[in-house]
Design a protein around this ligand. Structure first.
Ligand SMILES: Nc1ncnc2c1ncn2[C@@H]1O[C@H](COP(=O)(O)OP(=O)(O)O)[C@@H](O)[C@H]1O
Ligand SMILES: [Mg+2]
Length: 358
């Protein structure tokens, strides 16, 4: 292929793969190299199956198109890569014809991973908002009688003459208090869902959080390191809600390290590799806050369940801290991600797009 045509294809935003009549790679443009995590030099002459897997749907599609001489399309095919994150691509395969025989195939690979992530995010937001409506209904119904039950149990407690009745009345009071706490967490979704936006400094938010968290005796043995990037600009957000988010996450980390001399690192930096889009689709500079603890970590099966409201492994936990945090981060158009290695610790990543104060 002439140098010129090659540079035209390199400028194409989709991955372009050309295969010969045997399904061997003749050419990859640079996007295809990125998607397949390969270079033209190593891939040229290899059967497509060697690069992407013989059993892979794209290899199969290439064989079908070569045999039939007809174009075909496949949506949302996963591409597993050894060292890089997996991708999802839409594939269009068209035969290059010489008369009635196909002498090759052109594959167009369109990376739709980001779109998919955004769709998942939108889906998640919808889920949370319907969850909010249900929560509002239940919270009100449950909250009202609680005061009465607690009052009645206290009367019983004060009048109980034997140990057994005392213990029973005491149990009622404690359990009511626990439910009241749960309802309070729940009510977060019900007290209006709108953000009160104002310019804010993320480091002031995090300093407030740490000051609050350290009031808790759990934090006593734990060393906290702040690794703040002072160049981070002010941005528009809801300081109270973000305090709530980072307080939840900090408390989780402290609770995880309760029985040990743990270290919590809170770091901030601007990030390029995690750009978020605003509502109008523009990419915005993104702030990444990381909370790194060296607690016991979370195994893979538990990690999956953390997206579910009410999931908790803590005695006395409500399992709402992460759900509430995700909710407010999503309201800021941001993302919350948890990575954990059992035995090593847990890192929570909160990415927030920064829209400058107007
Ligand atoms: N930093 C962490 N280290 C280990 N486990 C964690 C951490 N953060 C959260 N978890 C797990 O996630 C669960 C849910 O957290 P959360 O939603 O805040 O509810 P709760 O704190 O009430 O249990 C916790 O019970 C715990 O198992
Ligand atoms: Mg919690």
């Amino acid at each position: 292929m002439s140098r010129n045509l090659e540079s035209v294809l390199d400028a194409v935003l989709d991955g372009v793969v050309m295969l010969d009549a045997d399904g061997k790679i003749e050419f990859l443009n640079s996007e295809a190299c990125r998607i397949l995590d390969s270079s033209l030099q190593t891939a040229r002459g290899l059967p497509i199956g060697n690069v992407i897997g013989v059993e892979h749907s794209v290899s199969e599609l290439s064989r079908i198109v070569l045999a039939s001489g007809r174009p075909a399309i496949q949506r949302e095919q996963p591409i597993e890569r050894k060292l890089l994150p997996d991708l999802v691509v839409d594939v269009e395969a068209a035969p290059m014809m010489d008369g009635l025989t196909a002498t090759g195939v052109v594959l167009m690979l369109r990376d739709c991973t980001i779109q998919n992530n955004q769709r998942e995010l939108a889906h998640h937001r919808e889920e949370l908002s319907s969850f909010g409506r249900i929560a509002a209904g239940i919270a009100h119904e449950v909250k009202n009688p609680l005061g009465g039950i607690r009052g009645a149990a206290e009367i019983l407690l004060s009048r109980a003459s034997d140990d057994k009745s005392k213990r029973a009345a005491d149990l009622i009071v404690r359990e009511v208090d626990r439910i009241a706490l749960l309802v309070e967490d729940f009510m977060v979704f019900t007290k209006g869902d709108e953000l009160r936006l104002a310019p804010l400094n993320i480091h002031r938010v995090l300093d407030d959080v740490l000051a609050l968290a350290m009031l808790d005796p759990i934090g006593r043995q734990i060393e906290v390191h702040r690794e703040f990037d002072p160049s981070i600009p002010e941005f528009i957000g809801d300081a109270d809600r973000l305090i709530q988010v980072f307080l939840n996450l900090t408390r989780n980390a402290l609770q995880a390290m309760e029985d040990q001399d743990g270290t919590l690192v809170i770091s901030t930096r601007m990030t390029l590799d995690h750009r978020l889009s605003s509502k109008d689709g523009r990419h915005l500079p993104t702030l990444m806050v990381k909370l790194i603890d060296n607690g016991p970590g979370i195994d893979a099966a538990t990690l999956e369940k953390l997206a579910t409201p009410f999931f908790t492994t803590r005695i006395g936990g409500t399992g709402l801290g992460l759900a509430v945090s995700r909710h407010w981060v999503a309201k800021h158009e941001g993302t919350l991600r948890i990575e954990s290695e059992p035995g090593t610790g847990t890192t929570v990543f909160v990415a927030l797009p920064i829209s400058a104060p107007r």
